[in-house]
Design a protein around this ligand. Structure first.
Ligand code: NAD
Length: 436
């Protein structure tokens, strides 16, 4: 069975590569000619652990090809996965212009038995509209399926090949069977394959992301309260996590969630509610709390320097919105850097893989450093925005000598405040006892 995956971003490239690696014949298609040229030359445009090796192996075996040519790849495809971006539009809703452009382009090229599978995150009703539009354009019924993706950047290959579950939304059970067959290599260890209606599948993706965003905003708000009442959120976290109804996962306080999914998906679901004359009060609060949280480190730095950051040098460790990715979309570090620059501070940054992307946005407004110790050279403070493993065990003595003033603003609670006090290092985290 031939498969075409349209959109070679984080989701499309991982999907196409993992399907090819399970022995299937996959073409990855993108409108970005530069991206396809790089892929054909063996260069992977995104950072995702393990992806380079998988792409290289499957490309060499000719199970995985890259093209910009719709006419060459769509007519022979039994399944056409759409994984184009659905970024936030001006009014908060998902911008589906990429998806609709794809639908118009593929309609005249689709094989009689083709199944169009929407992997992009799309608002409720989009699969139904796609089926209707394809029927208009082709004069026949084209099978459409929703197949939302739940992978996490940084662990995308594992998530795709060992999924917690696979969700498909269909209007005919036969379509679900074809999709189950495609995913068979990833369902061997009793991973659930859940077939449901289009609308339920579309909602499942948004509800999952909104639930996760809610957990983050909840613990962040509780962490801020802990600081005010002299409690330690780490102790509180342990105290609640042992309750099996609550658990430990996804309850780490920090500097807010970012990335290409949680912020836009929360706002898109708020819009879906609006469009249906409903108000999602909780989601509005989740979004608002997150916006506030992205400013917490900046505020702490501002207070520490008595409201005058001008002339100060601040090192920022971690730029990506989370570790093991180069994705900086809606990254909290960018909000902090913006504040520091606007207050007249000099900023020295480090990230193991995301500096190239930040350079494209900030140019020479900040100093890019090859090592996180170099970023700390002569700094008045270090602010940690991403919990990269390599930041977890610094040589504090060495740092103390490198820095002008050894003050650590830890947005990811990597260190034990008592141990830092013992070392004589000024330290603040998020929601820790004794924090201001
Ligand atoms: P991305 O921005 O990394 O990649 C999108 C790709 O689509 C780009 O390469 C772009 O050039 C291509 N594209 C746009 N219009 C096109 C067209 N008309 N024809 C061909 N290609 C086109 O996006 P992403 O992060 O991979 O996300 C894709 C979708 O998956 C989104 O809806 C997102 O919400 C969802 N999703 C993302 C993640 C994630 O972690 N990134 C996880 C789950 C779901």
């Amino acid at each position: 069975m031939k498969i075409t995956v349209i959109g070679t971003g984080y989701v499309g490239l991982v999907t196409g590569t993992c399907l090819a690696d399970s022995g299937q014949d996959v073409t990855c298609l993108d409108i970005d000619e530069g991206k396809i040229e790089r892929l054909n030359a063996g260069e992977i445009p995104i950072y995702e652990p393990g992806l380079t090796e998988l792409v290289t192996r499957n490309h060499a075996a000719k199970r995985l090809t890259f093209t910009t040519d719709y006419a060459a790849s769509i007519p022979s495809a039994r399944c056409v996965f759409i994984a184009v971006g659905t970024p936030q539009g001006d009014d908060g809703s998902a911008n589906l212009s990429g998806l609709w452009a794809v639908v118009e382009t593929i309609a005249p090229l689709l094989a009689e038995n083709a199944i169009v599978v929407i992997k992009s995150t799309v608002p409720v009703g989009t699969n139904r509209k796609t089926a209707a539009r394809l029927a208009e354009l082709t004069g026949r019924n084209v099978d459409v399926a929703s197949n939302p993706e739940f992978l996490k950047e940084g662990a995308a290959i594992d998530d795709f090949t060992k999924p917690d579950r696979i969700v498909v939304g269909v209007d005919r059970p036969e379509v679900a069977e074809v999709l189950k067959n495609i995913h068979k290599p990833f369902l061997r260890n009793e991973h659930p394959f859940l077939a449901m209606g289009w609308e339920s599948a579309e909602m499942t993706k948004y509800v999952a992301n909104c639930m996760l965003a809610t957990k983050i905003s909840f613990i962040n708000e509780m962490a801020n309260l802990c600081e005010h009442v002299g409690a330690d959120v780490n102790e509180v976290r342990r105290g609640i996590g042992h309750d099996a109804r609550i658990g430990f996962k996804f309850l780490f306080p920090g500097v807010g969630y970012g990335g290409s999914c949680f912020p836009k998906d929360v706002r898109a679901l708020i819009r879906v509610a609006d469009d249906n004359d409903m108000t999602c009060r909780m989601l509005a609060a989740v979004d608002e709390v997150n916006d506030v949280q992205k400013h917490v480190l900046g505020e702490k730095l501002y207070r520490y320097f008595d409201g005058d950051l001008s002339g100060k040098t601040i090192a920022v460790w971690g730029l990506a919105f989370k570790p093991r990715t180069d994705d900086i979309r809606e990254a909290p570090a960018l909000v902090l850097i913006d504040r520091l620059l606007s207050e007249g501070a000099s900023v020295r940054v480090h990230d193991p893989v995301a500096m190239k992307n930040v350079k494209a946005v900030l140019g020479d407004k900040v100093a890019f450093c090859e090592h996180h110790y170099d970023a700390a050279e002569g700094a008045d403070a270090v602010a940690i925005c991403t919990e990269w493993n390599e930041y977890r065990m610094p040589d504090w003595e060495f740092l103390r000598h490198k820095m002008k003033n050894c003050a650590i603003f830890d947005g990811r609670n990597l260190f034990d405040p008592a141990a830092m006090r013992d070392l004589g290092i000024w330290y603040t985290g998020i929601g820790l006892a004794g924090d201001d």
